[in-house]
Design a protein around this ligand. Structure first.
Ligand code: GLC
Ligand code: CA
Length: 557
């Protein structure tokens, strides 16, 4: 495999609205990110993915863009953005913008023009249909309700896969595609290193649009069913790559949930459409087509199967981007560790297990200090549109308000969107004003300042993981080596070998509170990492304490 500049890097996702507020208006901003670059460098992050800061009504927190060439004043100015790119460069860091091109905002000029003249040039930038013919298809939007909505002031309707304030762009129209590429190149010229591609699999619709069998009493169907019928997305993605990313050696990571069997190589193999895509295999475990209220908790065995399934699928074909959380998911430690067992040791184990898988590790803001889900007291404390929808879905299915709130607590996207916990000052040191979303009360004990001081903190453990992954000595195994499950059948043990040409490392975590014995595949030279002080050995066996995590460098024969 040809080596790329980003292979040995570590990525970090910033959700600007909740990261750091520099001017006291309660909303995080770009100058706030700049002020924290030294901290990110101290952590060891190189690639920074910035969730959207473009001009937006913020109906979906910036994933609804009304001008791709402007920064929203709440986040700062274009000068701030240029300064961020320059300051990052000084520190050898790379900025990734979020590329939201499946849809724009209904307040975007294109959509305004389409409303004014649906038969004109911009009508064809969207999917429009006559109202008199009824809904063209029974697809349900990701955020609930039909994907069809009347186009105000006209006798037309328009398609939105997400919120009704996020009309889908018509990728079948070459003019729209050119307008998108122009924007991408504009940002690349500015000096961004690449993009995270939002909801990208949705740009190709199954045409002509038809009904599929309903999967809920509302008579509609999950949009994923349509995606399974859509053919030919590769033509769009290839064209986009050739017209934009390729010329700049940009790094791109796709948000892809619904790839089809056999598509992986075209997507992220050598000369793929993108550099990488997220492994979401674990995030969908336990989910239910009925909604959050019907989901079940993830077990250690589920988690292991999810990770190994993805690793087997990709092999050495390319690089997945590995995560335990992002701005759309609950906090990883609250989601993957059993209730009542979330502590510094188990948090470090989970961190170490996903981080050393083959692929590019992404850290979501606050993950590195072990931030947890929020104990929302009532639905009024929840802001996110998808959580409010899921609350309603639970009520409609006959669940009590308490049960519905329970489901939202477990899965709400707001769990990840509370302010970053910098210190134990008021509002976790995030703002001097009033934060746009309430902080998690546990900031008094879980915060950056305290963990910088504390030698065995979760933060310091992340720093060790990052340092190890970047150590050129271990590039052979940790970056380019194969990932081979070890003792896969042993319950609540997740272990794997990272096997390079020169060296082999054994990574293992005891995913339970009880002790567990592990037979070693051979002798080892060195303990590279241990999330506990002690290590209990017997002949050819190691006895792992509850939640213990180890990386061993094996002896070469
Ligand atoms: C992606 C984003 C999510 C957003 C959606 C619509 O899934 O990560 O936050 O709501 O796309 O843009
Ligand atoms: Ca601000």
């Amino acid at each position: 495999m040809e080596r790329q500049w980003w292979h040995n890097k570590v990525a970090y996702q910033i959700y600007p609205k909740s990261f750091y507020d520099s001017n006291g208006d309660g909303i995080g901003d770009i100058p706030g990110i700049i002020q924290k670059l030294d901290y990110l460098q101290y952590l060891g992050a190189d690639i920074l993915w910035i969730s959207p800061v473009y001009q937006s009504p913020l109906a979906d927190q910036g994933y609804d863009i009304s001008d791709y060439y402007q920064i929203d004043p709440r986040f700062g100015t274009m000068e701030d953005m240029d300064r961020l790119i320059a300051e990052a460069k000084k520190r050898r860091m790379y900025i990734l913008m979020d590329l939201v091109i499946n849809h724009c905002s209904d307040e975007h000029e294109w959509f305004q023009k389409a409303m004014a003249d649906p038969e004109g040039e911009y009508g064809n930038f969207f999917y429009l249909a006559d109202q008199k013919d009824g809904r063209p298809c029974n697809w349900r939007s990701y955020f609930g309700g039909s994907v069809w909505e009347p186009l105000p002031g006209t006798d037309k309707q328009y398609l939105h896969m997400f919120h009704k304030k996020q009309p889908d762009l018509n990728w079948e129209n070459p003019k729209l595609r050119q307008a998108v590429y122009e924007n991408i190149n504009w940002w690349l010229k500015k000096g961004v290193a690449g993009f995270r591609l939002d909801a990208i699999i949705n740009i190709k619709k199954a045409l002509p649009m038809v009904d599929y069998p309903a999967d809920r009493p509302d008579g509609m169907v999950n949009p994923g069913v349509m995606l399974a019928h859509a053919e030919g997305i590769g033509d769009f993605l290839k064209e986009m790559r050739d017209e934009t990313f390729k010329k700049y050696q940009a790094f791109t990571v796709g948000e892809v949930f619904n790839d089809k069997p056999g598509e992986l190589e075209a997507f992220i193999g050598e000369d793929g459409y993108f550099s990488s895509m997220f492994d979401f295999n674990e995030t969908i475990i336990g989910g239910s087509p009925n909604g959050w209220y019907d989901s079940r908790p993830v077990t250690a065995e589920d988690y292991k199967a999810g990770c190994f399934g993805a690793q087997e699928k990709i092999g050495k074909l390319g690089f997945y981007s590995n995560i335990i959380e992002n701005h759309d998911e609950p906090r990883g430690v609250s989601h993957y560790l059993p209730e009542g067992q979330v502590c510094d040791t188990s948090k470090k184990m989970l961190a170490g297990l996903y981080f050393m898988l083959r692929g590019l590790p992404f850290i979501y803001q606050g993950q590195e200090i072990g931030m947890e889900n929020v104990e929302f007291q009532s639905i009024d404390q929840v802001d996110d549109i998808s959580s409010l929808e899921e609350y309603q879905v639970a009520l409609d299915a006959g669940r009590s308000p308490e049960e519905a709130l329970q489901a939202v607590k477990r899965y709400s996207r707001d769990n990840a969107r509370t302010p970053m916990q910098w210190n134990d000052n008021l509002y976790a040191g995030f703002t001097t004003g009033t934060p746009w979303l309430r902080e998690n009360p546990n900031y008094r004990t879980i915060n950056v300042e305290a963990q910088i001081e504390q030698e065995d903190s979760v933060l310091q453990f992340y720093r060790s993981l990052i340092a190890l992954r970047k150590d050129p000595e271990y590039e052979d195994s940790l970056i380019y080596g194969a990932c081979i499950p070890y003792l896969r059948e042993q319950k609540n043990l997740m272990a794997y070998l990272r096997k390079g040409e020169k060296q082999t490392l054994l990574v293992m975590g005891n995913f339970q509170k009880e002790l567990q014995k592990v037979k070693l595949p051979g002798a080892y030279d060195l303990v590279l990492l241990n999330n506990m002080d002690e290590l209990t050995e017997m002949d050819e066996e190691i006895c792992l304490k509850g939640w213990q995590y180890l990386i061993l460098k094996m002896k070469t024969e």
